[in-house]
Design a protein around this ligand. Structure first.
Ligand SMILES: *[C@@H]1O[C@H](CO)[C@@H](O)[C@H](O)[C@H]1NC(C)=O
Ligand SMILES: *[C@@H]1O[C@H](CO)[C@@H](O)[C@H](O)[C@H]1NC(C)=O
Length: 381
C-alpha cells in the first residue's frame, strides 16, 4: 500500500525530470512587448518516441478556467510546422495562469501544460514619445523573434540618438483592417510596430507628419525618409507613421519647433467638443412638461367647473320636470275627483256646445239626465 502511494507521487516527478514540459513561469512587464515562443521542435520531441517521424503540432491557449486568453495576450502560429507564439503588451500587474493544450495532428494525442505569467510593474519611466511604424514586408511571426526586433530597433536607436528605446507593441496589419495578401512569395500581411522612448522624436520622424509628405501619400507616391533606416531589411511605410507625444501641455523646445511648421499635427482640444446643450435641454425637457401642464389644467377645468354647470342644468331641468309632473298630477287628481261624483256638473270642456250640422247651440247648463249618453255627433238618419 505504502509503495503504491510512493509510486504515484514519483511518477509526475520522474516525468518532469525527464525533460517533460512542466509549469513554466514567465515575467512580462507592464507596457513592454512580451513574447513567449512555443518551440515546435521541443514539442515534437515530446511526441517523437511514440511515432517515428516529427508530427505536426498545433496549440490552444486559454486563461485557466476561461475559454479565451486575457485581452492583452494574443496567440499566433503560421502553420502546424512552425513555432507558436504568445505575445502582447500587458496593461496592469498581476498573475495569469495560461493553460496550453498541445495537439499532435498525426496521432491526435494531446497534452496540457501551464504557463504562469507573473506580470511585474515597469521599472522604467513610461515612454513619453511613442511612434508606430508599418513594416510592409514581414508577417507578424517574423517580427516576434528577439533577433528580428533587435534588427529593427538598433538602426532606429541610432537615428533617435538614444539607447532608451523599447518595443511596446507588435500588431499584425490584419488586426488593424489590413487585407490578407495573395499567397505569392514576397507578399506579406504587414506588421505595426510601436516603439517608445523618453527622448523626443528625431527630426526625420516629424517630417512624416508634414503636409507635403501627407500630400505625396495621398497622391500615391511612397516617400522615403530617415535614410539611416534604409540599411536594414525592413520596408517601412512612411505614410503610416503615427507619432504620439505624451510629454504634456508644455513640450520641450525641440518638440515644439517641429510641431509649429506642422499644420496637420493638431491634437483636438477639449474646448472644441464643448457645446451649449441649454436649448436642447429646454426643447426636450421643458416643452413636454409645459404641454403636460396645459393639458392637466384643461382636464381639471373640464372635470370640475364644466361638470358643475352640467349639474346645475340637470338640477334646473329636474325642477322643471317636477313642476310638470305636479301639474299633471293635480290635473289627474281633479279629474278623478270630478269622476267620482257625476251629479256635479260636468266640466265645461266635455260638454257639446255647438252642433255642427244643425247649427243648434246648446247651453251646457240645460242638459238634463245623464248627459254622458248623449252622442257627441248625431247619427246620420
Ligand atoms: C497592442 O496592440 C493591440 C492590437 O492593436 C491593442 O489591442 C493593444 O491595446 C495594444 N497595447 C498597447 C499597450 O498599446
Ligand atoms: C497607410 O496609409 C495610407 C495613406 O496614408 C492609407 O491609405 C492606408 O490605408 C494605410 N494602411 C494601413 C494598413 O493602415
Amino acid at each position: 500500500m505504502a509503495s503504491w502511494s510512493v509510486a504515484r507521487l514519483t511518477v509526475p516527478l520522474w516525468l518532469c525530470l525527464l525533460g517533460c514540459l512542466c509549469d513554466q513561469n514567465v515575467y512580462p512587464s507592464v507596457g513592454t512587448l512580451f513574447v513567449h515562443k512555443m518551440d515546435a521542435q521541443d514539442y515534437q520531441q515530446h511526441f517523437l518516441n511514440k511515432s517515428g517521424r516529427p508530427p505536426s503540432i498545433t496549440f490552444r491557449a486559454n486563461l485557466m478556467g476561461f475559454p479565451d486568453l486575457p485581452g492583452w495576450l494574443r496567440y499566433t502560429q503560421r502553420s502546424p510546422w512552425h513555432s507558436g507564439y504568445l505575445y502582447g503588451s500587458p496593461t496592469k500587474p498581476g498573475k495569469h495562469v495560461i493553460e496550453l493544450t498541445v495537439y499532435n495532428r498525426n496521432s491526435f494525442e494531446i497534452f496540457r501544460e501551464k504557463i504562469i505569467f507573473h506580470i511585474i510593474t515597469a521599472t522604467d519611466v513610461p515612454p513619453l514619445y511613442e511612434a508606430e511604424f508599418l513594416i510592409s514586408n514581414v508577417d507578424v511571426e517574423e517580427m516576434l523573434p528577439p533577433e528580428a526586433r533587435h534588427n529593427f530597433q538598433v538602426p532606429l536607436q541610432d537615428i533617435w540618438h538614444t539607447q532608451r528605446l523599447s518595443v511596446i507593441n507588435v500588431t499584425s496589419a490584419l488586426d488593424k483592417g489590413g487585407r490578407v495578401p495573395l499567397p505569392l512569395p514576397g507578399l506579406k500581411e504587414g506588421v505595426f510596430v510601436k516603439v517608445g522612448s523618453v527622448v523626443p522624436f528625431p527630426e526625420c520622424l516629424y517630417e512624416t507628419q508634414k503636409p507635403q509628405i501627407q500630400q505625396q501619400c495621398k497622391e500615391g507616391k511612397r516617400p522615403v525618409l530617415c535614410p539611416g533606416l534604409l540599411a536594414n531589411d525592413f520596408n517601412i511605410d512612411w505614410c503610416n507613421v503615427t507619432l504620439v507625444d505624451e510629454s504634456g501641455p508644455s513640450p520641450s523646445p525641440p518638440s515644439l519647433e517641429p510641431l509649429e511648421w506642422d499644420a496637420e499635427f493638431n491634437p483636438p482640444s477639449d474646448t472644441l467638443g464643448e457645446t451649449d446643450y441649454m436649448p436642447d435641454y429646454l426643447l426636450t425637457m421643458l416643452l413636454p412638461i409645459l404641454i403636460a401642464l396645459l393639458l392637466c389644467i384643461l382636464l381639471t377645468y373640464i372635470m370640475c367647473c364644466r361638470r358643475e354647470g352640467v349639474q346645475k342644468r340637470d338640477a334646473e331641468s329636474s325642477e322643471l320636470q317636477l313642476v310638470h309632473q305636479q301639474s299633471i298630477f293635480s290635473n289627474t287628481e281633479e279629474l278623478r275627483h270630478m269622476a267620482s261624483n257625476r251629479d256635479v256638473p260636468r266640466p265645461l270642456s266635455t260638454l257639446p256646445m255647438f252642433n255642427a250640422r244643425t247649427g243648434q247651440r246648446t247651453s251646457p247648463m240645460d242638459l238634463s239626465g245623464d248627459s254622458a249618453r248623449v252622442p257627441l255627433i248625431l247619427s246620420q238618419q
